[in-house]
Design a protein around this ligand. Sequence first.
Ligand code: PLP
Length: 398
Amino acid sequence: MSERFEGNFTQQEPIPDEGIAAAVDVMRSGRLHRYNVAAGEISQAALLEQEFAAMTGAEYCVAVASGGYAMATALRALGVGPGDRVLSNAFTLAPVPGAIASVGAVPVFVDVTEDLVIDLDDLDAKADQANVLMLSHMRGHICDMDALMALCEARGLRVVEDCAHTMGAKWRGVPSGRHGVIGCYSTQTYKHLNSGEGGFLVSDDAEVMARAVILSGSYMLYERHLAAPPAEVFERVKYDTPNVSGRMDNLRAAILRPQLRHLDEQCAAWTERYRTVEAGLRDTPGLRLVERPEGEDFVGSSFQFLLPDWAEGAVRDVVARCAARGVELKWFGQAEPVAFTSRYDSWRYAPSEALPRTDRVLAGLLDMRIPLTFSLEDCAQIARIIRGEVGAVFQAKM
Ligand SMILES: Cc1ncc(COP(=O)(O)O)c(C=O)c1O
């Protein structure tokens, strides 16, 4: 009898007791809105922003309602508007082009490499089409940020980083989100901190951040923030920055603060699980692992591998056979969007030229979550199952 994995790929860990207790306190107080504070009280949201800014080393931080909202706000704060073009990764998920479209702008998709990062040659070729790059560190893969930033500086591109999958990660010691002018993060359930929904923007640019705070829905209460620019910067922008409410509330902030204190340990636990899957899949015939560059200190909260140039039917067989043994793989080669997985050519509101190099990578790309509820033994078992099924299909087809 072949073994079957019985774990649940969408089961996250519980909220730590400390976070539950803090959330109950907020509920008992009745002061859930971030600007509803008692005399002398500092809100949970303001404290969280201060702690997140310190964690990333950013001057400023604002907590918001979602990662998608953070990205749209970043674009608005940079003055991106209707009809503007914004460069972004062809390999990403729907909230990224969605954020661009939400401000009336038009995504221009840039190829992905076999290492699952943005193709710098293609970026260079398209750089004159826009002045903002929404860089998605999709599935935690960080490109050579030194080369990317040099290119963007030379070509006059301002960079917004989508760090939905890289909170806690670094490139050559610099936290992800700290290379571009703005870093955006998500605290949605499947990300590295879990408040159901939520997000952050960080930046060192005072004027951009004053705009982001007002955009987030601060009214004229921005002085209740701890990680925002000084009042005089708000004076310069407050009359011409709209309020597009998307604040984080104190309940979510209370849940997040204790999680943030343990982020490093959680990230290490993810990466240990990632390395266990990787070791189990190494040297599987027909399967290509994504080698992680030396400068990348990644968080292994999901795992990707390639079945390069495999026939569509053979990839489908692998997905079906693994599913029958309890291992859920998402396939980026599928023409139709399914659940969270979609591709650049399914976002028809943002028509793209054909990207054959990206199509080739996506055709063989498989992806899976690694929740922290999985043990190392679970990860080893998952790798054995994938190895066995890839091997069986590979032998039969080749
Ligand atoms: C690559 C990527 N960017 C951004 C987001 C946006 O996060 P949120 O769900 O908080 O809007 C997600 C969410 O899944 C994502 O996968």
